[in-house]
Design a binder for this molecule. Structure first.
Ligand code: FUC
Length: 768
């Protein structure tokens, strides 16, 4: 089956049912998720609810950690790293080590009374409506299904129709294999499953209600059975005691309210609300050619076989936005390693929140891709980390402020967490996350948010480091014992070390946090005494160092490394998402960052999806369009599943979000106080446009280009302010048709004042 190109826009589509989970199509309302397989005889919609985690909140602090921490630090500082590591394994890791994973809610199964060869099969996900569809013809009947998760009505909705009256006969039930607890029918038209995730874990309940037009509905076994109907609407509600004291009652309430609305209004309200996010941004990276007439999996396959397909890259970008809207909405939990979509009871890495890159990467597109509200679940979560992290700071380190280590979960644990000292001994999660609040302020310029939410959290994160860091014999102030996330180095005696003092990433995060706090305090017009303390500490932080191969050093000393292509490239935090290193501001360090990237890549780096996505962002910041593009191609060719889910391997959603952010970063950047238009536009995207990106400074930006050159940009100011643009050529800037007063603000930088509510058009000046 082929389709014309305008039918395909903003759609993932397939001509076969999914046979594997990574072929199924995700729907979600931030909290409730479904994976739609589109099977013909026995449809499967695998279900998730964001708070279904195994196990309750527990105190798992190692009782000896506080006692041994100073000794471990001393051993590392004395170079007795092996001894320190040996002790750390016993003394600081949690007791017990294992904590409960994020788990599936269950399966919705639809048993159809038909079989045989279906014709004209189509399964699709429309990113413009957030409705998944399945259609096929069997025994002369055109059967259709529509599936969506409504944020307005908090239900997952399935609509079934046949184009001949009375053709629809099916049974529907809910299962949770193999951990089913209680299953019961609620009258003839509904079924429920409920249970508890471990003896001290949350209790959940899911209810499926079926309403048919025409035909009969009755309960048989654990199914709702529908016979000879024209159409049917299925409503799925699910709740847990994480939010609702009586999950069943909450489900009933939601289903009653949704029933009263009826299918058409549920769908209309869902689409309108969803579009209020999705339609803020459009993108066109150039002709898709005949690729657009191919199903998405075949299109991806063609790309994997060597074809280029800017249309598929644009679809991947919008899919990243779709996924964030669908798994992170105000009031929900933040997106975990798989967003909200997980079909395993023992998923990889517990499907938790890993804060040494993955959780942060999930939120890289939030601001720039105009989904700032989708960032809010992370802020709520950081608030919970702050509460718990005060205790960890005090009891483990004897410090003020709050600390969060590298791994956390539903209960916002902040202890040294996980199975592995090499990953777990990293006290920077809270500090890095606090910078997300700062970024939210920088994009939106909401002074109230800065004063009430961002600054107090940033300050408390900074307070911890003022107390916690120590000076070495040279007077350098540093973190530790810590790690450069998950990487290792050779000690002088040939043994392998990972614990260390003052890894470059830690210092860069601390520097960024302290400098941001100083800037925020100044904006809020106070806290001078605290700012002075930060300035004093900043002067003692180690400076970035360049090694013998011209690379940026990852540790305080230059070491040989067992894995020079390691997936983490943590010491380039300063390049992205940090901005201590810029091509124009610190050219020498930017060259060292480039060499670092080249060395990592030459040694097999970028082999995980998220690592590849980060690399796109690095090259974009280095204004290297072709290298950025090469890694976009690699992300799609090597780390993308048929349903366009990122592959670590296995599936991990961070690469989708990091990839989406990277594509935006290639088209427009706004770090370091200046906006760069098309900073890393590759030859393959010679003609195109993007609308609705956001730049720091409360600006919305549209761009259009031809032959690789900007033709026009539009800036919409959401607040009064100053707009600075770095440009290699003269720009003509107008507001309401009138030229705007533009000043030079340094080499190749211009600036002009913008007023809230006004639009400014920016075009290359004639002759430039
Ligand atoms: C970090 C990464 C791994 C994986 C895990 C969930 O530990 O090093 O590659 O992404 O998080």
């Amino acid at each position: 089956m082929t389709r014309t190109s305008n039918e395909h826009t903003d759609k993932l589509w397939y001509v076969k049912p999914a046979s594997r989970w990574t072929q199924a199509l995700p729907v979600g309302n931030g909290r409730l998720g479904g994976m739609v397989f589109g099977k013909i005889e026995e449809e499967l919609i695998q279900l998730n609810e964001d708070s279904v985690w195994y196990g309750g909140p527990r105190e798992r602090d190692n009782p000896d950690a506080a006692r041994y921490m100073p000794q471990i630090r001393r051993l590392v500082m004395e170079g007795k790293v092996e001894e320190a590591q040996h002790l750390a394994k016993m003394a600081i890791m949690p007791v017990p080590k294992y904590f409960g994973p994020y788990q599936p809610l269950g399966d919705m199964n639809l048993l159809f009374a038909h079989q045989g060869a279906a014709a004209d099969y189509l399964r699709e996900l429309d990113l413009d409506t957030a409705v998944a569809g399945v259609a096929y013809t069997l025994n002369g009947v055109r059967f259709r299904r529509e599936i969506f998760a409504s944020a307005v009505d908090q239900v997952l909705v399935v609509r079934l129709t046949g184009d001949i009256p009375g053709a629809l006969t099916f049974g529907a039930n809910l299962t949770r294999r193999p951990f089913e607890h209680e299953t019961r029918r609620l009258g003839d038209d509904a079924v429920a499953i409920s249970g508890q995730c471990g003896p001290d874990g949350i209790r959940y309940c899911a209810v499926l209600h079926v309403q048919a037009e025409g035909g009969t509905v009755c309960g048989i076994g654990d199914y709702v059975s529908v016979t000879g109907a024209d159409s049917a609407t299925l409503l799925l509600a699910a709740n847990t005691t994480f939010r609702e004291p009586d999950p069943l009652a909450a489900c009933r309430r939601q289903i009653e309210a949704a029933r009263a609305k009826g299918y058409d209004r549920l769908k209309r309200d869902h689409i309108a609300e969803y579009r209020s996010y999705y339609r803020r941004v459009t993108i066109d990276l150039g002709e898709a050619g005949d690729a657009a007439s191919l199903p998405t999996d075949e299109r991806l396959k063609r790309m994997q076989d060597g074809a280029e397909d800017p249309g598929l890259v644009a679809l991947y970008f919008q899919y990243g936005r779709y996924l964030l809207i669908s798994c992170s909405r105000p009031g929900t939990l933040p997106a975990n390693l798989q967003g909200i979509w997980n079909d395993q009871f023992k998923p990889p890495w517990e499907c938790n929140y890993t804060t040494n890159i993955n959780l942060q990467m999930n939120y890289w597109p939030a601001e720039v891709c105009n989904l700032a509200e989708c960032h809010e679940p992370l802020f709520d979560f950081i608030e919970r980390l702050r509460q718990n992290g005060r205790r960890t700071a005090r009891e483990l380190y004897g410090c003020r402020g709050f600390v969060a280590h590298h791994n956390t979960n539903l209960w916002a644990e902040t202890i040294i967490n996980g199975m592995n000292v090499r990953a777990a001994t990293w006290p920077m999660g809270g500090a890095w996350l606090a910078l997300h609040l700062w970024e939210h302020y920088r994009y939106g310029q909401d002074a109230d948010f800065l004063a009430r939410r961002a600054y107090p959290t940033m300050k408390e994160a900074a307070q911890f480091f003022l107390d916690y860091m120590v000076e070495d014999e040279r007077g350098r102030l540093m973190t530790g014992p810590s790690v450069s996330p998950e990487n290792r180095y050779y000690l002088p005696n040939g043994a392998v070390g990972y614990l260390c003092m003052g890894p470059s990433m830690d210092t860069q995060i601390v520097r960024t946090l302290f400098e941001s706090c100083i800037e925020a305090a100044a904006l809020l017009g106070g806290d001078e005494a605290f700012a002075a303390q930060l300035r004093e500490a900043l002067a003692k932080l180690p400076e970035p160092q360049i090694g013998s191969r011209g690379q940026l050093l990852e540790w305080l000393e230059e070491y040989a490394e067992p894995e020079p292509g390691h997936r983490h490239i943590s010491h380039l935090f300063a390049l992205h998402p940090g901005e201590l290193i810029t091509v124009d501001g610190t050219p020498e360090l930017a060259r060292a960052a480039r060499t670092t990237l080249e060395l990592r890549l030459a040694n097999g780096g970028g082999h995980t999806g998220w690592s590849r996505a980060w690399i796109i962002n690095f090259w974009a910041r280095l204004a290297d369009a072709e290298n950025a593009y090469r890694n976009v191609l690699a992300l799609l060719r090597k780390s993308t599943n048929p349903n366009l889910f990122d592959e670590h391997p296995p599936f991990q959603i961070d690469g989708n979000f990091g990839g989406t952010a990277g594509i935006a970063e290639m088209l427009m950047q706004s770090h370091g106080g200046v906006i760069r238009l098309l900073p890393a536009l590759p030859r393959a995207w010679a003609n195109g446009s993007v609308t609705g990106l956001r730049a720091r400074g409360a600006l919305e930006v549209d761009l259009a280009w031809r032959g690789g050159r900007l033709t026009q940009a539009v800036f919409r100011a959401k607040k009064d302010g100053i707009c600075r643009i770095r440009t290699a050529f003269a720009l003509d800037i107008r507001c309401g048709g009138q030229p705007v007063d533009v000043k030079e603000a340094g080499a190749s930088v211009i600036e002009f004042a913008v007023r809230e509510g006004r639009s400014y058009t920016v075009a290359p000046a004639l002759g430039s």
